[in-house]
Ligand binder design. Structure first.
Ligand code: ADE
Length: 337
């Protein structure tokens, strides 16, 4: 059986055709700052090969750099992420690599360039749409009745068919669920284990396409160099998204990503609630061991909650794989929207 790609990063190479000339890249504002690096927006100037006259397009991109320019360890991590991204084919639900600036790495100039998702991360996107959210699930089951007026069922049908707009509906949430399962099914086949699947690590475009991001950083939680110890306790582990057995062992498989996928579904169908918001970190382990799980979100159909709970089965072998999640969602799409 093939090892996950993140455990083979040492043996991967960086193909030269991904190299971008620094002068063709314009770095703009900082949009993110993580544990290890920064993300800026920017533009890539590209000659249009179809054009006879010299014509350049400006492609919006996201540019990742290390937090400290000369930190070898951070550079090595970003370079591994780069090699992993080079080795993974394009998929519509996975953020794709455009290229990198590596020639002046020794002088502290090292950039990883990906496509830009113009609606940012899914968690903030969901939270931003709470006010205008359109819950078709409730509409379908019990049309809104007020004393003098009830919404005609035709009108309810119509709202379900609105074109992709800025308004978010239950059908959109279901589409996000399926898109993320699709992307994860693709990554699991590589094989690539994400280890940090969460709404904050899914990006969304203006046409509501979900793209899974940060999969190339997969190694960070298992290599002892990458985690920080504070007061004798390890912090920065995304424990609320992790299967209990991987909190214990730091071993990650597709089935741990499936658990995190269930948590991501919970985030989606609550429009961005924090998982187990009422449970403090130190009680989480016991909470889960006693069989307790996140409650059924308001905007979530029973069939979908059944899928979430399967993702959170205490035994990894019983949890579905991503292939099963995709099939389940496709089969239940109609009822759940
Ligand atoms: N990383 C963080 N934000 C991003 C965005 N909007 N697009 C692409 N990558 C990102």
């Amino acid at each position: 059986k093939l090892l996950p790609i993140e455990e083979r990063a040492d043996y991967l190479r960086y193909p030269e055709e991904f190299e971008i000339a620094r002068e063709n890249m314009e770095i703009c504002e900082k949009i993110g700052s993580g544990m290890f690096g920064f993300v800026n927006t920017g533009y890539l100037s590209m000659a249009d090969p179809k054009s006879q006259i010299e014509y350049k397009t400006r492609l919006p991109v996201a540019i990742k750099s290390t937090k400290k320019s000369f930190d070898m360890e951070l550079q090595t991590m970003l370079f591994e992420e780069l090699k992993i991204m080079c080795a993974i084919e394009k998929h519509p639900n996975v953020i794709s690599l455009i290229g990198a600036v590596t020639t002046n790495m020794r002088k502290g100039e090292f950039y990883l360039v990906t496509e830009y998702a113009d609606n940012g991360d899914l968690l903030n996107y969901l939270r931003k749409h709470r006010e205008t959210f359109h819950n078709t699930l409730i509409d379908m089951e019990e049309p809104v009745v007020n004393e003098n007026y009830s919404v005609p069922s035709q009108q309810i049908e119509y709202t379900r068919l609105l074109p992709s707009s800025d308004i978010l509906s239950t059908a959109d949430l279901l589409s996000f669920a399926l898109q993320i399962a699709n992307g994860m099914e693709f990554l699991a086949a590589v094989p690539c284990v994400h280890r940090d699947l969460a709404a904050r690590n899914v990006l969304i475009t203006s046409s509501k396409i979900c793209r899974i991001a940060d999969f190339g950083l997969a190694k960070r939680y298992t290599d002892k160099n990458y985690y920080r110890i504070k007061n004798g306790k390890q912090v920065n582990l995304p424990v609320r998204w992790m299967a209990p057995e991987s909190v214990q062992t730091y071993k990650f498989t597709e089935k741990n990503d499936v658990w995190s996928y269930g948590i991501t579904l919970y985030e989606i169908f609550t429009l961005g609630n924090r998982p187990y918001a009422q449970v403090p970190n130190e009680q989480l382990e016991e909470f889960l061991r006693s069989g307790m799980r996140n409650e059924q979100p308001e905007y979530c159909h029973d069939d979908l909650y059944a899928l979430m709970k399967n993702c959170w089965h205490k035994s990894p072998d019983v949890r579905p794989n991503f292939n099963t999640c995709v099939h389940y969602l496709k089969a239940h799409l109609k009822e759940c929207a």
